[in-house]
Design a protein around this ligand. Structure first.
Ligand code: G3H
Length: 496
């Protein structure tokens, strides 16, 4: 159960504390805020509301701890990360239960998220050793006018303090995907967990605490974003921001100043199905890509662009599979579970109603109970409908019928988003031509969009983001190059 066993120190009465100075603390504000269970729509957990002074103190402590951490041998940093990963795995059930209650993630997927996070940390520790143990030595005489009397030694050093802001849909996995690269590289981290998902994230932080990381190096702050969000994201102590979420990332990026940014924002990932595609494969991937975690993934299939010669057959196959999806609470592993909040459900409903009113065909009857929305395939979608361009983050998939491949690619490239896309065809040459033409960070051939495996590069174009993720890229992004140039007396190089 949350807040029990090795997690007991997280709780003060019924309120979860925040983490700073290597301790769990109750905020001096005396205020709390609530985490709503999306299924019951009632308060499930309470969190401390931290003050500005507590935030400032966290950053001061982070700066101090980081200077010492940067000097800790790389192999010891890796060792500590492996310990945290082992603790996460040992405590996967209790953390997964928090995910079920806070974000209504199906029970099995919740366990998978925690295990994937532990694997992420282990891989990062090893990849960090590979990347950071190597440097370069340059000699100068390849550049005109130089003799061979200088040596440039360069290696990678940490940035300083990384602000990590993960989203509700992966509060554990997308926290560790920021924390682990930051730490292996010698940085400190301040984590601002999402409101829904905070308790799971705080439990994950306790695994780092138990692994013995130095005090102040990792902090977790719980704040009311409306009050302290700007102060947090523009804090002068920040040397890097890694954010995953929605459009608020654009505002953060505009205000951030001269710090490296890693921003994973929205997506409107298109699935282009050509006339020679394996339609069973395409249908299975549309279901998996569009409806896993009820469509609440930035990489979800958010629009299907089907060649009109095969569209009827494809839709028929997808509909058979939609009818088989189970709908209900996350505890019993339903395929479709309640979306994260009432406002999110209202937004999704608005998109469905707009499409219906403008003449789209809903293959399933629209049905909603509380935050639970039954899965729908919306056919004959046209450009004047909101669902064509907006990201629903819910269990609805729009279908547009296209006459040519170019039409599909052009649609995809007209979106303000450019995260991923996918193309289904049995002709690899056509697949590569489409991939080349699609302006997205990644194109999947014959599979649904996905971030993993977690060491693959992961990035978006346009409003989908800045920078590239994936373990290797995150380590590079959270470090900078430092050079030392050894200048030798010229005479020692002109031997006679
Ligand atoms: O929601 C955004 C995530 O980065 C998507 O990750 O493809 O593993 O579900 P995923």
């Amino acid at each position: 159960m949350a807040g029990s066993g090795v997690f007991a120190e997280l709780l003060d009465g019924d309120t979860f504390k925040y983490y700073a100075d290597g301790q769990w603390k109750r905020s001096t504000s005396g205020n709390s805020m609530t985490v709503i269970n999306p299924t019951s729509r009632s308060t499930y957990y309470k969190l401390s509301v931290c003050t500005k002074e507590e935030m400032d103190h966290m950053f001061d402590a982070a700066r101090e701890a980081q200077r010492a951490w940067a000097r800790v041998p790389l192999w010891r940093r890796a060792e500590a990360l492996h310990k945290a990963a082992a603790l996460l795995k040992q405590n996967k059930d209790v953390i997964a239960e928090c995910l079920v209650k806070e974000v209504a993630k199906p029970a099995k997927d919740s366990v998978t998220e925690v295990v994937r996070s532990a694997d992420f940390i282990d891989y990062t520790a090893e990849e960090g050793i590979r990347i950071l143990s190597e440097g370069k030595c340059l000699v100068p005489d390849s550049f005109p006018g130089n003799e061979r009397n200088k040596l440039c030694l360069s290696s990678r050093i940490p940035l300083g303090v990384v602000l990590a802001i993960p989203p509700f849909n992966y509060p554990v996995n997308l926290s560790v995907s920021k924390i682990a690269p930051a730490l292996i590289a010698g940085n400190a981290v301040v984590v601002k967990p999402p409101m829904q998902g905070s308790v799971a994230a705080l439990h994950m932080i306790q695994c780092f605490h138990l692994a013995g990381f130095p005090k102040g190096l990792i902090s977790a702050i719980t704040i009311k974003v409306a009050d302290l969000g700007d102060a947090l994201t523009t804090h002068p102590a920040i040397n890097c921001i890694s954010f995953t979420g929605g459009d608020s990332g654009i505002a953060i990026a505009k205000r951030a100043g001269m710090v490296p940014l890693q921003m994973e924002l929205g997506g409107k990932d298109a699935c282009i199905v050509l006339d020679d595609a394996d339609l069973d494969l395409a249908a299975a991937n549309i279901i998996k890509g569009g409806f896993s975690f009820s469509g609440q993934r930035c990489t979800a299939v958010k629009i299907v662009l089907a060649m009109d010669t095969i569209a009827n057959k494809l839709v028929e196959k997808v509909n058979v599979k939609v009818a088989r999806l189970s709908v209900g609470p996350p505890e019993v592993d339903s395929d479709i579970t309640p979306v994260v909040s009432e406002s999110s459900a209202d937004f999704i409903e608005g998109l469905v109603m707009d499409a219906r009113q403008k003449g789209a065909k809903l293959w399933q009857e629209y049905r909603r109970e509380g935050n639970l929305i039954w899965p729908i395939l919306i056919d004959n979608v046209r450009p004047d409908m909101r669902i064509t361009w907006e990201e629903p983050f819910g269990p609805i998939i729009p279908v547009i019928r296209i006459r040519t491949i170019e039409e599909g690619v052009q649609h995809c490239n007209s979106s303000r988003y450019g995260l991923q896309g996918c193309v289904f065809t049995n002709n690899i040459h056509r697949a590569l031509i489409v991939s080349d033409a699609m302006e997205t960070g990644t194109v999947q051939i014959n599979s649904a969009p996905a971030r993993g495996p977690d060491h693959f590069p992961f990035q978006g174009l346009r409003d989908s983001g800045i920078g590239s993720q994936g373990i290797t890229n995150s380590i590079h992004m959270m470090t900078k190059v430092k050079s030392t140039v050894i200048n030798l007396p010229v005479s020692s190089y002109t031997m006679g």
